[in-house]
Ligand binder design. Structure first.
Ligand code: 16G
Length: 245
């Protein structure tokens, strides 16, 4: 941060001025990914603001993914993460999407089994009385970086053995002629709760995208009801828009 006097960019509350000043330093390359930020106390003295102000500015930058906090060792400029663009106009699987970009995929299984369906699952999948639901829930990663949590529910009549899904769900469904051909997807902003944030390795309260997908077979039958949480600092969903009614 240099030794000279510090002039915060004017306007707005102090903590936002400080936040902008740190952001500018990162963008200018005065501090680089991996560099440590001065301690809270040093920064407060240097900029002549209270430690509460420093804490507030730093917390926001951590939540926005500009800085990362490592337990016991301090605050650092976050490595530049490559954002992932996903098209909203094609029905693709996560594995295929990542393969197209040359990125590796890995899953940590959170759940795989047959259950009594929840009322929500019964309605979404149009299950008949007594029918069980197959659930597969996983954390999806590229290398060591978690990208999303996906919780998929399917009727056991199309996925009798959820444990048999080893990598791609869509590839697995393809083998029995049950790969969906159409889907309805709803995307909503969400602040990540503690458990999901821990899995995704971001601070609790960070921005996330909550995605619900209902996938259909050509016959019109719903085959998949999936609720996912994607990291807001990593994903861009992109759609091409054409003029028309
Ligand atoms: C995508 C879908 C998810 C589907 C999965 C299959 C979104 C938000 N979700 O991640 O609904 O179950 O692909 O991927 O796009 P897989 O074939 O790699 O298991």
């Amino acid at each position: 941060f240099g030794d000279g006097p510090v002039a915060l960019p004017p306007g707005g509350p102090l903590y936002l001025q400080l936040k902008r000043w740190i952001e500018d330093a990162v963008h200018r390359g005065d501090i680089n990914p991996g560099d440590a930020l001065p301690s809270e106390r040093d920064l407060a003295t240097k900029v002549d603001v209270s430690r509460v102000t420093v804490r507030k500015a730093v917390l926001q930058l951590v939540q926005e993914g500009v800085l990362i906090q490592k337990h016991g060792s301090g605050t650092f400029v976050a490595p530049r993460t490559q954002r992932v663009e996903q098209s909203l106009s094609h029905l693709t699987s996560f594995t295929e999407d990542m393969a197209r970009r040359g990125m590796s995929v890995r899953a940590e299984w959170l759940d795989r089994g047959r259950y009594e369906p929840s009322p929500e699952e019964t309605v979404a999948l149009g299950l008949s009385a007594g029918e069980l639901v197959a659930r597969i829930a996983r954390l999806r990663l590229t290398g060591d970086t978690p990208l999303a949590i996906e919780r998929a529910s399917l009727s056991v009549s199309v996925l009798p053995e959820p444990e048999a899904v080893v990598d791609s769900l869509y590839r697995h469904l393809d083998r029995s002629g049950n790969r969906p051909v159409r889907a309805l997807q709803r995307i909503r902003a969400a602040n990540l709760g503690e458990a999901d944030a821990r899995l995704l390795q971001v601070p609790a309260g960070s921005a996330g995208l909550h995605i619900e997908r209902l996938s259909y077979l050509a016959s019109g039958r719903v085959i998949e009801f999936t609720r996912s949480v994607y990291r807001g600092d990593t994903y861009d969903f992109v759609a091409e828009l054409r003029i028309g009614a």
